[in-house]
Structures are given as C-alpha cells and as structure tokens.
Design a protein around this ligand. Structure first.
Ligand code: ATP
Length: 376
C-alpha cells in the first residue's frame, strides 16, 4: 500500500516561551512512499525521523498536513485502526511471556470480525516465526534469547497482524556489528518476501544505503533529498547530503573558480568552463583520487594504510576543510610510502562543487562526461 504525506508538519511548543521558538520537528513533508518499497528515513540525531514515524503510525497528531494510506485519509485515525506494524530499537517484548505468547499477543487483542480462531492464530504465529527464523524458539522467554533473536520476535509480532505498513525505528541499534549486518540482510529478505511497504528509520547512512529502495535524507525537520541510494550518493543536492553519505566520508576543500578553471589552493585541478567565477567548496569522494606523478593536486603524505583490497592514502593539503584527506587507492597501485608529497589526478564524476555561501551544488560540464565513466 502506498503512503502519501501531504504538507505534513509537526511543531512542539517551546517550554521556555521567552528564550526559544517552537521546535518544528517535521517541516512540510510532501512525498509518496510507493507500494511495496522500503524507504530509509535518514538523518542526524534530532532531525525529526522518529517524529515523522510517529505521525505515520498515529502515535502523534500532525500540527498540519494530511497522511494517506492508499487513497484513504488516515490523518484522524487512531494507531490501532491504521494497520501498521511497529518495531522499536528496544524490542519491548513482554518478559513473562514466551516467544509464542509474545507473537500471539496482538492477535488475541483483535475484536469482532477480525478475531481469528485459536488454530488460525497459532498457524499465523508459526508462519511469521518461520519467516523470521525463530520457529525453533517458540517456548523460550525473551531473557533466554540473544539480542538478534529478540529483535526477530519483535518483527514477528509486528508482522503477525499482516500490517499494510511496517515502521521500523532504529531496529538494529542494540545489536553488535556482526549481528547488525546479519539482521539487516534478514530484514531485507523478509521485506522482499512480504512486499509490505516499509519505513526504516536510522541515523546510520551505511545501513540506510544498503537496505533502502529509496532514501529520504533529513536535516532539522526538512527533507533535503529523496532518491535511490546510489543516485543520492552520486548526485547530492548540497554539501550536507554529500557529507552525510559515504564511508570514509567525502573530502572537502575550499576552492575557487576563476576563468573556467577550478583551483584548490594554487593547484588548477579541473576545467569547469561555463561555471561563473566564485568561491566554492570542492567535495571529492575517497575513490575519486588516482595516484599520478603528473596529477594536478599536490598533497603532503601523512601515512598509508593497507586494507587488503585497497590502500588508504592519508594526506594533507592547506585548502582541505578537514585535518586529513583520505583517498582509497587500488592495492595494485604502487605507493611510495617514504615520499613527502603525493600527486593525484581526480575523477570528475567523483567531484562536486558547492556554492560557498548556500552550500548548494553547482553543476559543471564534466558531470556529463562523468556519467559514462561512473565505474572508472
Ligand atoms: P534521534 O535519532 O536522536 O532519535 P530523531 O531524528 O528521531 O532523533 P526526533 O525524536 O523526531 O528526532 O526529534 C526531532 C526534534 O523534535 C528534536 O529537536 C526534539 O528535541 C524535538 N522533540 C521531539 N519530541 C518532542 C516533544 N514531545 N516535545 C518537544 N520537543 C520534541
């Protein structure tokens, strides 16, 4: 079922009327979540992700705007009538109930025509338990399960009522790194199998990139960019989005465009004919550097980290906005570890220009040629 948010806004009144303006946690959201897709709601702490989720499920009422599930306006419906399944960071299982009883719980609360027979309830509980692969654990109590298993029970409990929409608020945050990766792949499999429209809230860009059909990047209650993860990574609309996506993060330099040439410090690094003279920020993805003795960007070499498949070259440059520049080079490339300086050629399709004041992206002609060279 598709979800449509129409000019959705949520304002919280300030407790201190004199000192602070009201908090606009969600500011004029208008977008559609296509049927059967998983969207990742991504942004730093406090940007309004959880509030957006709470509005969609009905735990909070919007200050203005409407929410549609399919063609139905659900803005004024209570959560229990919206057909949503919710999973939170803290699994919120009932400790005194077994796994099976936890999963059955939402079904036992159904009333009237929706109520299932006991055998149907059990069949449904076992079906979802098998889907999340905990059907062997039905008689255990939550305290007898690992964190990953507990989260699977929480997911099963959210799925058992066959919700139209699944809402996941940082569901993997309490898991250790390995389990987090595994559970994230499981979640993706379950979502693909069930085709339930899903909203996944996270502040972890890598997690959001890997799991989402579509990313919604937020900052301070405002949607900054919506798109397929790779498209947002390859074509960020502003410096904030460019910096938020990617590990290692994008390298940022102060630069200037003069007479159709882009300068980083005194290094003339790229022909950007057509771009008016101005001060800019230059973002270069770590994979956008190529070791080249005749390359235009000259950096001071700090150290080299060998990471198996790749080599990470750490260097500095006076115009770098960060203390160090991190570039990822193919391990086959010969790096002289002892050199004082290192020169790079730059891949134009891994470089972005941003206006120094507004921080919005400035397109340059090399972007076109760069598309054909996306894997270069
Ligand atoms: P996190 O990743 O830290 O959970 P978030 O992106 O989910 O953050 P929200 O919890 O949605 O952010 O909060 C968005 C903003 O709204 C924050 O500035 C927060 O302080 C404020 N806020 C949230 N709930 C309330 C509330 N009940 N009363 C007042 N302000 C609130």
């Amino acid at each position: 079922m598709k979800v449509v948010l129409q000019n959705l806004t949520k304002t919280f009144p300030s407790r201190n009327k004199k000192a602070h303006a009201d908090v606009v946690a969600v500011n004029d959201f208008t977008f559609e979540i296509p049927d059967g897709e998983l969207i990742g709601l991504l942004g730093p702490s406090g940007c309004g992700k959880s509030t957006a989720l709470n509005l969609i499920c009905g735990l909070q009422a919007p200050t203005s705007g409407r929410i549609f599930f399919g063609d139905d306006d659900v803005t004024d419906l209570p959560p229990e009538n919206r057909g949503v399944g919710l999973v939170f960071q803290n699994y919120a299982l009932y400790p005194h109930l077994t796994v099976q009883q936890n999963i059955l719980f939402p079904l036992q609360n159904l009333k009237g025509a929706d109520r299932l027979s006991k055998s149907d309830m059990l069949a449904r509980a076992h079906e979802v338990a098998a889907l999340v692969q905990i059907d062997e654990l039905m008689d255990r109590k939550p305290s007898e399960l690992s964190g990953g298993q507990q989260q699977r029970v929480a997911i099963a409990r959210a799925l058992v009522k066959m919700p139209h929409i699944l809402l996941l608020d940082e569901p993997l945050s309490n898991l250790d790194a390995r389990l987090r990766l595994q559970t994230r792949e499981e979640l993706r499999r379950i979502q693909r199998e069930t085709r339930i429209t899903t909203v996944f809230v996270t502040h972890d860009q890598e997690e959001a990139m890997s799991i989402s059909d579509m990313l919604v990047v937020m900052r301070s209650g405002v949607v900054e960019q919506i798109g397929k993860p790779q498209d947002v990574y390859d074509s960020p609309v502003n410096l904030f989005v460019a910096k938020f996506l990617g590990t290692p993060p994008i390298n940022v330099f102060t630069g200037r465009v003069a007479g159709g040439t882009l300068y980083i410090g005194d290094d003339a690094v790229l022909d950007v004919g057509g771009v008016p003279d101005q001060a800019v920020y230059v973002g270069i993805r770590p994979e956008g550097f190529v070791l080249d003795g005749a390359g235009p960007l000259r950096c001071t070499l700090s150290r080299v980290e060998v990471m198996g498949r790749d080599v990470s070259v750490i260097s500095t440059h006076d115009a770098s906005a960060n203390p160090t520049i991190r570039s990822i080079i193919d391990a086959e490339s010969a790096v002289d570890f002892t050199a004082a300086a290192v020169r790079f050629a730059l891949k134009p399709n891994k470089m972005f220009l941003f206006n120094r004041e507004t921080e919005t992206r400035i397109l340059f002609a090399a972007d076109d040629t760069a598309q054909g060279d996306a894997n270069g």
